[in-house]
Write a protein that binds this ligand. Structure first.
Ligand SMILES: Cc1cc2nc3c(=O)[nH]c(=O)nc-3n(C[C@H](O)[C@H](O)[C@H](O)COP(=O)(O)OP(=O)(O)OC[C@H]3O[C@@H](n4cnc5c(N)ncnc54)[C@H](O)[C@@H]3O)c2cc1C
Length: 527
C-alpha cells in the first residue's frame, strides 16, 4: 500500500517537507532490523518527524481520519517499534528533544528525543543520577520511563523507572493533548496522580503500552543524589575502555553461592539491611558476551566453562555510598551476610572485569555487545513478584529448557537468567534470555515452542513470570493468575472503542492496537 498523495500532503503540511519522507531508501532503513524477527519486514508507508506535542496530536488525527496506523519511536531497539501490517506510518520523535533540569527539586522535564547518553552525563555533572535501564546509551529516556519495560541494574536501592514518573503530557489515541496529575491543575510537574482518577497506570502500567496507546510527548522524572565524580573516570577507547569509580564510596563485588536458595536468602538479608544500590543474580551467558569484544572471543570464553562454573548461582552487589564510613559499614554488613549463606568471591578474572567496568551500574556503554552473535535472542520469562516467587520461577526453567538444548534448538545456556530485587527486596524482577540460530531450519518456530512450554509451566505451578499479554489465545487462561486483568483489559478496550482482546482487530489508530507479544526486549509475537 502506498500512502495516498492527499494524505501525504496533509502530513507534510503539519511537519514541513523536510520532516516527512516516503522515499524507498528511507523506508528501507526503517523496516524492522532485528534478527529475531522471522517474518518479512513490513515497510512503513512514510516517516514523519514532528517537533511538538501539537504536531503529534494533529498527525494522530490525520491517521484516525484516514484509517492509518502509527508507531511512535525514537531508538527502535525493540520489535514493537516496527510496523507489522501495511498502512502504518512511523512517527519518529527524535526532533522533540526539550530538556529542563530543576536541580533543587531533583527532577528533570524532558521530551522523547533525549537519550541516556545525553541525560546521565549531564545529571552526574549536577550531582544527580537516575536508574538508567541497561538498554545502552542510545535508548530513549522517556520511552523507558513511560512506554516500555523499566528494569535496571540499580533497582535494589531505587526502583523500576515507572516509579520515577512525575508529570506526564500525553496525546491520546483520539489525538487530544492531555496533561496528567499536578500538571492538569496548573500546579507544575511534581506528581503524575490526582486530583481525580489517575491515568498513570493506564498509560504506563508495569511494562508500558509499547506505542499502542497514544503518544507520550513530555514527562518529568525524579532524580537521585549522586556521590561519584562529575565525569565518569575512563581510560582507553571503546571497546577497550575502563571505568573505575573512587573505591572509598563505590565498590562492585561478584560472589558465587552453593545453591539458588542461598542466593535468594542472601538477597533477602541484603534487602532487610537496606544496603546495596545494585543487587543482581545476573545472566551468565549475557555476562560472557559483555566481557568479550568479538564473537570468537566469546565462544573461546564460553567453551572454557569458566562462566558456567562461576556464574551459575552468582550475586552481584554494587555499593554506592555517600561517605567512606558508610562504605565501611555497608561492606561489613555485606561480608557477614555472604559468609552466613556460604558465598565466596568468584574467579579474580571475573571480579576484575566488574572493577574495571563500573559503567555496568551507571550507564552501560557496551550493552550492544549482547547482540553481537548475529542470531536471535528473546526472553521467555519477564515479570515481577516477590523475591521468593521469582526464584521459584527460575528453578522451573530447568524442567523445560534442557530438552530444547538437547534438540539443538537453543544455545546451551540454561542459567542465563537474572533476578533483580527492587526497593530493597520488596519486589523482584525475573528475566530468562534464550539465544537461537537464524540458520536453524526451525528458526521461525523456536521462540513459539519455547514460550509455549514456559507458559504451560507457569500455568501448572501458578507462577507469575511472563509479561502479561494484551491479547492472544492464552489471555483467558492467564487472566485469573493476574487478578483477572483480562476483565479490566476488555473494559478499557471497550471504553476506548477497541474490539475485545483476542477478537477481531480494533479500529486503526495507535499502532493499530495489535496484541502485544511476550517480549519487551526485541523478541517475537506470542505463539
Ligand atoms: C540489548 C537490549 C537490552 C535491553 N535491556 C533493557 C533493560 O535492561 N531494561 C529495560 O527496561 N529495557 C531493556 N531493553 C528493552 C527496550 O529497548 C527498552 O525498554 C527501551 O526503554 C525502549 O526502547 P528504545 O529506546 O529502543 O525505544 P523505542 O524502540 O523507540 O521504543 C520502545 C517502545 O516504546 C514505544 N514508544 C517510544 N516512544 C514513545 C512515546 N513517546 N510515546 C508512546 N510510545 C512510545 C515504541 O513504539 C516502542 O514500542 C533492552 C533492549 C535491547 C535491544
Amino acid at each position: 500500500m502506498t500512502l495516498k498523495r492527499e494524505v501525504y500532503a496533509e502530513l507534510e503540511q503539519i511537519v514541513g517537507a523536510e520532516h516527512i519522507s516516503d522515499k524507498p531508501h528511507v523506508l528501507a532503513g526503517n523496516r524492522h532490523a532485528l534478527p529475531a524477527a522471522a517474518v518479512k519486514p513490513v515497510s512503513p508507508e512514510a516517516i514523519v518527524l514532528p517537533a511538538s506535542a501539537d504536531e503529534v496530536a494533529r498527525i494522530v488525527r490525520v491517521c484516525n481520519r484516514h484509517g492509518l496506523r502509527y508507531i511512535p519511536i525514537v531508538s527502535g531497539l525493540i520489535f514493537f517499534a516496527y510496523p507489522t501490517q501495511p498502512g502504518t506510518i512511523i512517527i519518529h520523535l527524535k526532533r522533540m528533544n526539550y530538556i529542563e533540569f530543576r536541580d533543587e527539586d531533583r527532577m528533570v522535564i524532558l521530551e522523547p528525543g533525549i537519550r541516556h547518553v545525553q541525560l546521565q552525563p549531564e545529571a552526574l555533572r549536577r550531582g544527580l543520577t537516575y536508574p538508567a535501564a541497561a538498554v545502552g546509551p542510545g535508548g530513549t529516556v522517556l520511552g523507558n520511563f513511560a512506554c516500555s519495560a523499566g528494569d535496571n541494574h540499580n533497582q535494589n536501592g531505587s526502583s523500576r523507572t515507572n516509579r520515577y514518573l512525575l508529570g506526564i503530557e500525553w496525546v491520546t489515541p483520539e489525538g487530544e493533548i492531555v496533561q496528567l496529575g499536578s500538571l492538569a491543575t496548573g500546579s507544575g510537574w511534581f506528581c503524575a496522580d490526582g486530583p481525580g482518577p489517575s491515568l498513570r497506570g493506564l498509560i504506563r502500567g508495569y511494562s508500558g503500552a509499547m506505542g499502542s496507546f497514544g503518544v507520550v510527548t513530555r514527562i518529568a522524572i525524579g532524580l537521585e543524589p549522586w556521590s561519584g565524580p562529575e565525569v565518569l573516570p575512563h581510560e582507553g577507547r571503546t571497546p577497550d575502555y575502563i571505568v573505575r569509580l573512587p573505591r572509598d564510596t563505590h565498590r562492585a563485588f561478584v560472589f558465587k553461592f552453593p545453591t539458588l536458595d542461598a542466593v535468594r536468602d542472601a538477597m533477602h538479608e541484603i534487602g532487610k539491611a537496606e544496603i546495596g544500590a545494585g543487587v543482581i543474580k545476573y545472566f551468565n551467558c549475557t555476562a560472557a558476551l559483555l566481557c568479550t569484544s568479538s564473537a570468537n572471543e566469546f565462544h573461546e570464553l564460553w567453551d572454557s566453562g569458566l562462566f558456567q562454573r562461576e556464574l551459575a548461582m552468582p550475586l552481584y552487589v554494587y555499593l554506592a555510598t555517600h561517605s567512606a564510613a558508610e562504605m565501611t559499614y555497608q561492606q561489613r554488613v555485606l561480608e557477614d551476610i555472604v559468609q552466613e549463606f556460604g558465598g565466596a568471591p568468584v574467579d579474580e578474572r571475573i571480579q576484575k572485569f566488574y572493577d574495571d567496568n563500573m559503567d555496568f551500574y551507571v550507564l552501560l556503554g557496551s550493552l550492544q555487545r549482547v547482540l553481537r552473535l548475529g542470531g536471535a535472542w528473546a526472553p521467555d520469562k519477564l515479570e515481577a513478584d516477590s523475591v521468593h516467587h521469582m526464584f521459584e520461577a527460575g528453578k522451573r526453567i530447568k524442567e523445560y529448557f534442557p530438552e530444547m538444548i538437547a534438540q539443538g534448538l537453543v544455545f546451551d545456556a540454561p542459567d542465563n537468567w537474572q533476578i533483580i530485587p527492587l526497593e530493597y527486596g520488596h519486589v523482584a524482577h525475573i528475566e530468562h534470555l534464550f539465544l537461537w540460530e537464524r540458520s536453524h531450519p526451525a528458526f521461525a518456530q523456536i521462540p513459539g515452542m519455547l514460550m509455549g512450554k514456559s507458559m504451560e509451566s507457569d500455568l501448572k505451578y501458578g507462577i507469575h513470570a511472563k509479561t502479561i499479554m494484551a491479547g492472544g489465545p492464552l489471555l483467558e487462561r492467564f487472566g485469573p493468575l493476574y487478578s483477572n486483568y483480562h476483565v479490566w483489559l476488555n473494559a478499557l478496550r471497550a471504553a476506548f472503542g477497541a474490539a475485545p482482546a483476542g477478537g477481531p482487530p480494533g479500529p486503526p489508530g495507535a499502532a493499530g492496537h495489535p496484541p502485544r507479544g511476550p517480549s519487551a526486549q526485541g523478541g517475537t509475537r506470542p505463539p
